[in-house]
Design a protein around this ligand. Sequence first.
Ligand SMILES: [Zn+2]
Ligand SMILES: [Zn+2]
Length: 311
Amino acid sequence: MKVSVKKHQESTESQGKEFAQKENTTKELIQAKEEMRVPESIFLGIMHLLAITGLVLLFTYDKQTIIRSVCLMGFLHYLSCLGIGSGVHRLWAHRSYKASTPYRVFLMVLQSLAFQGSIFHWSRDHRLHHKFSDTDLDPHNMNKGFFFAHMGWLLVKKSQALVDEGYKIDVQDLLNDPVVSFQKKNYYKLSALICFIIPTFLSYFIVGGSLVFGFLTAGVLRYIFMLHITWCVNSVCHMFGSRPYNPDILPTENLFVSIFAGGEGWHNWHHEYPRDWRACENKWYKWNPNGWFIQTAEFLGLANTHLEKVQ
Ligand SMILES: [Zn+2]
Ligand SMILES: [Zn+2]
């Protein structure tokens, strides 16, 4: 009898443990589900599928159309590099130079062409990235793995600690800029127009082919390519490359990323000297179109790299 009571107790205990384990697993699954940013994940998933469709469709066309389409996508890609590199990164996030209103409006338009979040949100996340580089309070902490730093961080909700730190970041200069406020208020309308509708029609009139072809190539394929190039700054440039200016930090110097991102891949220098508007050492062999663009704007009287640095 004693044996059977013991057996019964043991089996009840193990059933209890099993139940608790199941409950924990369910809780974990629910938590994992809650942490996913579902609309963003679905959007990025669909956009990637459309980009692949655009790439396949592109190669069904004749050689001349392919060349014209690649040239248009390359041109728009480099314009969006200016919007991200010279614009939201060096001007707004770091305040490494000052610029006139027409210049800021122009770069706001080019930043919208990249559709990577408004200038306000992009800058706030980036200030957090520099303040807490490669720690749990870095939005794209490299220590959580390559995929997380590359794009995984956009697919999950931010931790409460990260949200709280985001609110502590000083963004008064961004709120005071009417160009930034205008874009923030009209962000989705502006981005839909500049990132997708205008490139679609440009392709339709310049390259030829159908409107669907224009949307899938100059719109979506170019957009996804630019996203991955920008994400490479957070992933590749925190893992692969040399560290000549500070060997004790993760950011690296990476020529490959610099070529495709307009000079944003000189990341070891940039993390060491984030207020430098060049975002790289001032050497002739450092590929840096985003810096050359700022220099040209300064020559034309539209930008000033000598004024007091705010951020
Ligand atoms: Zn970085
Ligand atoms: Zn930066």
